[in-house]
Design a protein around this ligand. Structure first.
Ligand code: ADP
Length: 154
């Protein structure tokens, strides 16, 4: 089975993440959306909320699994036997950042990182922009899957 992990914070999942996951399941037998737990970061949504938003979005896609993990992504890949990491690229800044991480991961383990260019219609969306819109009472719904609901979460 060809298994890839799609790691990130997903605080919250956006239409950009959604697009990459949907396209990822055409390439892999299983895409494990892996929410990294970093105790130094302050999140807007709890780990349970972030997980629930993603699970709800993909409830009809049995090829998508949602998990949480601590520590290095490559160690988690080995643990769940996922030889591929899926990442989305929005712009040159993402590319430079991701290049260093992918090289490091290759040095640490035999893991291939597979990059998908973001869809043009969602390439400007980031979780941090969504959080800003939410904080300022804007219409965040146009940037995220329907499952993301701040009334349910907060
Ligand atoms: P991180 O905390 O690692 O930045 P994110 O949750 O923001 O994680 O993103 C996880 C992955 O989703 C990364 O590969 C990132 O490039 C990708 N991504 C984020 N926003 C978008 C978008 N609008 N379109 C496509 N991919 C995206």
């Amino acid at each position: 089975m060809k298994r890839a992990i799609f790691p990130g914070s997903f605080d919250p999942i956006t239409l950009g993440h959604y697009d990459i996951i949907k396209r990822g399941i055409k390439l892999f037998d299983e895409v494990v959306v892996a929410i990294g737990i970093n105790s130094d970061k302050n999140y807007m949504f709890s780990i349970e909320e972030r997980k629930q938003f993603i699970e709800e979005s993909f409830k009809d896609d049995p090829k998508v699994k949602v998990v949480t993990y601590h520590g290095l992504t490559v160690d988690f890949c080995k643990e769940i036997e996922a030889p591929f990491i899926l990442r989305g690229l929005r712009n040159p800044a993402d590319f430079e950042f991701e290049k260093a991480i992918a090289h490091t991961n290759r040095k640490l383990a035999e893991i291939e990182t597979v990059f998908l260019l973001t869809a043009a219609r969602t390439s400007y969306i980031s979780s941090s922009i969504v959080r800003d819109v939410i904080r300022n009472n804007g219409d965040y719904k146009v940037l995220v899957p329907e499952s993301v609901n701040i009334k349910k979460a907060l």
